[in-house]
Design a protein around this ligand. Structure first.
Ligand code: C2O
Ligand code: CU
Length: 480
């Protein structure tokens, strides 16, 4: 356009004036001067929460839960349940040791709370309605205020009607940075992986879709989302090092992520770095888990490849007749491949928890019939009727978690990291701290947990949220 205007001005002055006027009206910005080059558009970029507190070690912000109409599928609108109108909610980026203050208001048509998944914070900040705080009613508010003790990738989500509320879009990422972390880990993206169950017109499919069968399987959404987008195109330099902090925020779907011809190095999990980097062809992330992976893009310039969700066997019906699906498309620009510096040596001392004087708790993940309806539970009892387990501050316990069902369960404990001792007798390949561990179909996972501090009532549950809501929940009463 500008060059056409220039040429016109020289030869057909009156016509050029009209054309110039049209151009100026059409552009909201008045200038055609060449400005500084714009940063390339990054469809994975996440809006960040804004810190209003001048103290560099206090991050103070607001969050509002509300329904917002978003265009997830082109040409349709979806009434998404959001934090601040965003899907996912704003990225909260704080440094380890910072104090985080969140003034939360609820503008949803339903009670809610915020649970800070994976953060070792005081019990009264844990966000479980009627257990650690009163639920936040529509129009109500609550201030969360705590210190963030561990570096890593975490997330936040409600703990009321969580299958429905998380399934409708209420979740957001938290990155706790460590200023002493090694450099050269690559260009960082936080990837909030999720899915949503939508009708063709964009409306939400109700959370009780498919009845008891839906509950048993755990409802997976029919629309894959990464950072709230459907199959975005992400362009990076060929050969460049990428660091993906992935969060599985789906209420039921396991993510097995792979790229044809690409290997990954997993460097972190639920609680920051793992003991040593782990090479992987595919990255498996159960609901609620996080995976921090780095890789040098093994794709020639000017090409593209799908980043795939690959069916993962989590029980009956999870792999049969199912195909891989594209989560997003990774493309390279036309520049010559770059060569990043070697990956810095990474290691973290993770002392095995001393279990020599541990007591043992046996937990069976169970399925019962109640009045002709599926009821899930722990040791045959739904969470609402269960007596809490007991533990004292300073105690170490071994939890033997046994799955009696045809579907896997990602088992989550609030407030404390644990170490998996073994899964079906096999110890983990790399030592790491977890807050969520897979318990396979008819399998047993043994984990060790040390209740170091912070007495109170702490939840544990399956993080297939349909299972949790159907009763697969419990509490441990940690007494001083
Ligand atoms: Cu993400 Cu009760 O937890
Ligand atoms: Cu489950």
């Amino acid at each position: 356009m500008p060059s056409a205007v220039g040429r016109a001005r020289r030869t057909f002055e009156p016509f050029a004036r009209v054309l110039l006027a049209l151009v100026l009206v059409a552009c909201s910005g008045p200038t055609h001067e060449p400005g500084p080059p714009e940063a390339p558009y990054d469809p994975l970029a996440l809006p960040e929460a804004v810190d209003s507190n001048p103290d560099p070690h206090i991050f103070e912000t607001t969050l509002e839960a509300r329904v917002e109409n978003l265009e997830l599928i082109a040409g349709t609108t979806t009434p998404v349940w959001t934090y601040d109108g965003l899907l996912p909610g704003p990225l909260i980026r704080v440094a380890v040791g910072d104090r985080l203050i969140v003034h939360f208001t609820n503008d949803l048509p339903e009670e809610t709370t915020i649970h800070w998944h994976g953060l070792r914070i005081p019990n009264d900040m844990d966000g479980v309605p009627d257990v650690t705080q009163p639920g936040v009613m529509p129009g109500g508010s609550f201030t969360y205020d705590f210190t963030v003790p561990d570096a890593g990738t975490y997330w936040y989500h409600p703990h009321y009607d969580s299958a429905e509320q998380v399934g409708y879009g209420l979740y957001g990422p938290i990155v706790v940075t460590d200023p002493n972390e090694p450099k050269d880990l690559g260009s960082e993206h936080v990837l909030v992986l999720s899915d949503m169950n939508l009708n063709p017109d964009g409306s939400l499919i109700p959370g009780d879709d498919a009845g008891d069968l839906g509950t048993l399987f755990g409802r997976e959404g029919n629309t894959f989302l990464v950072n709230g987008k459907v199959n975005p195109l992400v362009t990076v330099p060929s050969g460049s090092r990428q660091r993906w902090r992935m969060i599985n925020a789906a209420k039921s779907r396991y993510y097995q992520v792979g790229i044809q011809g690409q290997t990954f190095t997993r460097i972190g999990g639920d609680d920051g770095f793992i003991a040593a980097p782990q090479p992987l062809d595919r990255v498996v992330i159960t609901p609620a888990q996080r995976a921090d992976v780095v890789f040098d893009v093994a794709l020639p310039p000017s090409s593209q490849v799908p980043v795939l969700w690959i069916p993962y066997d989590r029980g009956f019906g999870s792999v049969e007749f199912r195909n891989s699906a594209t989560i997003f498309t990774l493309a390279t620009d036309d520049h010559a491949p770059v060569t990043p510096p070697p990956l810095p040596a990474l290691s973290r001392d993770i002392e095995p928890i001393d279990v020599s004087s541990a007591t043992t708790q046996y937990l069976q993940l169970t399925e019962n019939d109640q009045d002709g309806h599926v009821m899930l539970g722990i040791n045959g009892v739904p969470g609402s009727q269960a007596q809490p387990l007991m533990a004292g501050v300073g105690d170490t316990q071994i939890w033997v978690v046994e799955n009696t069902m045809d579907w896997s369960h990602p088992f989550h404990i609030h407030g404390f990291f644990f170490q998996v001792l073994d899964t079906n007798g096999v110890p983990p390949a790399v030592a790491e701290w977890r807050d969520t561990a897979d318990v396979t179909v008819y399998g047993t996972t043994r984990l060790a947990v040390k209740f170091t501090d912070r007495p109170g009532m702490w939840m544990f549950h399956c993080h297939i949220l349909d299972h949790a809501d159907a009763g697969m929940m419990g509490m441990v009463h940690l007494h001083p």
